[in-house]
Design a protein around this ligand. Sequence first.
Ligand code: HEC
Length: 219
Amino acid sequence: MKLIFRFSYVFFAILVWSCGFSTEKRRPQEIQESQEERAVKKVSEADIINKTKYLGDSISQKVGGVFMAKISEEYADGGFKAAAKFCSMNAYPLTDSLAKEYKVFLKRVSNKYRNPNNAPSEMEKGILEAYEYSIEQGDKLGSNVQFIRPGDTILYNNPIRIPSEFCLNCHGSQDQISEEVQAILKDEYPNDKATGYELGDLRGMWSLKFLKKEIVQSL
Ligand code: HEC
């Protein structure tokens, strides 16, 4: 009898514990606020980094996939001349919708940029150099998450290496880029630095900025 009583007591305690959230609304404002603060403190830096990495990986993969599909489609339709403008992120409504959904600032940067808007910040320069160094050492490259201090922004980066010959039609050596495309590039990007690449070279990296509070809220 006693044992049954003890069991039902434990069961009741679990029930109360697991339903804790439903009583939340009835608590006075102050207690609720201090609980929220504590909840925020319980989130470790490691949790924030892991979540940022997860989101950054999935967003950059998604956008990268759409990029490749679109640029290949345009190429099939009208050759590299037609495809050239689709290597710009501005050409994609997806970029805007993702930026809104995750409140993320999304771009690609490169030390040897074609569009000056894609020039790296000092911090990004350092990360690009670190990726270059890893390539020299023969190490595998991965995504990178860093807090931008002071402030509440988190920087996510993921390297972009030249994955196929296809890219070299617009980023390769002079004899790999047709005269027609060279003329467009000269016209649109008079200070183009983004040529002379070879397969596997570091072309640049995805650079996403997240707000720390958005990440914390999503945990
Ligand atoms: C049809 C021509 C063309 C092809 C093919 C092409 N690109 Fe580009 N790429 C461009 C143009 C034009 C820009 C400048 C876009 C802008 O104004 O933002 C650019 C910009 C970039 C940038 C941003 C940094 C910068 O230099 O401004 C990256 C990264 C990039 N390309 C990677 C690639 C990769 C990787 C491939 C192959 C999967 C590829 N591109 C294929 C034409 C091309």
